[in-house]
Design a protein around this ligand. Structure first.
Ligand SMILES: CC(C)(COP(=O)(O)OP(=O)(O)OC[C@H]1O[C@@H](n2cnc3c(N)ncnc32)[C@H](O)[C@@H]1OP(=O)(O)O)[C@@H](O)C(=O)NCCC(=O)NCCS
Length: 172
């Protein structure tokens, strides 16, 4: 019997964290890695809600930080499964920052994270399909399938490694 699909809304996950001085650099701006940690945690909850399994992060798409986040702001991350393959899921995550005194809110970044459901031995295991519910879900599903195809497209084989000590442009 086929596994019934799960609606994207069933995976919805939200997490908030108040930004404290230990999250910031000397300018009072929050480190990007603090925001990325929240993204990964809320995304994992969405993936686990969809799969009802333990899930691991296999890839994070490009992340741009549009505006800085400051000490004292509340960051909230919203996550939802857009698409599922056999064992992997693409989760869309949006992060907003709020000055809780003034109520001013701004979006800081959004990104896509791919998780894989695993069994007790750490091996990939099948997840329920996504059953889009309405035009927005269908658009997200379609766009996620296109991104997935681009992500997993076979890449050109790497050039052989240069001998030890050879000059290279890597990392400049
Ligand atoms: C995730 C992991 C279990 C996958 O194992 P694997 O042997 O590569 O499994 P597969 O090749 O069968 O791939 C499993 C799924 O992941 C997808 N996948 C693999 N690499 C991917 C990538 N870089 N980007 C997107 N999807 C990817 C595959 O397409 C497949 O999807 P599907 O089943 O929906 O078609 C394994 O790579 C792993 O344990 N990685 C470390 C995870 C981790 O510790 N994350 C935290 C880092 S600190």
């Amino acid at each position: 019997m086929d596994t019934p699909g799960r609606r994207p809304a069933e995976s919805d996950a939200i997490m908030s964290e108040l930004m404290m001085p230990n999250h910031a650099n000397s300018l009072g701006n929050i480190f990007g890695g603090v925001v990325l940690s929240l993204v990964d945690r809320v995304g994992a909850v969405a993936a686990m809600r969809h799969a009802r399994r333990q899930c691991v992060t296999v890839s994070v798409d490009k992340v741009d930080f549009a505006q800085p986040v400051h000490v004292g702001e509340l960051i909230t991350a919203y996550a939802r499964v857009n698409w599922a393959g056999r064992t992997s899921m693409e989760v869309g995550v949006k992060v907003c920052a709020e000055d809780v005194v003034t109520g001013r809110r701004h979006e800081t970044n959004s990104c896509y994270v791919t998780y894989v459901a695993i069994d007790a031995d750490g091996r990939p295991v099948a997840v329920p399909p996504v059953a889009p519910d309405g035009p927005d879900d269908e658009r997200r599903f379609r766009e996620a399938a296109e991104r997935r195809a681009a992500r997993t497209r076979p890449r050109k084989p790497r050039d052989p490694d240069p001998p030890d000590g050879a000059d290279t442009d890597e990392g400049r």
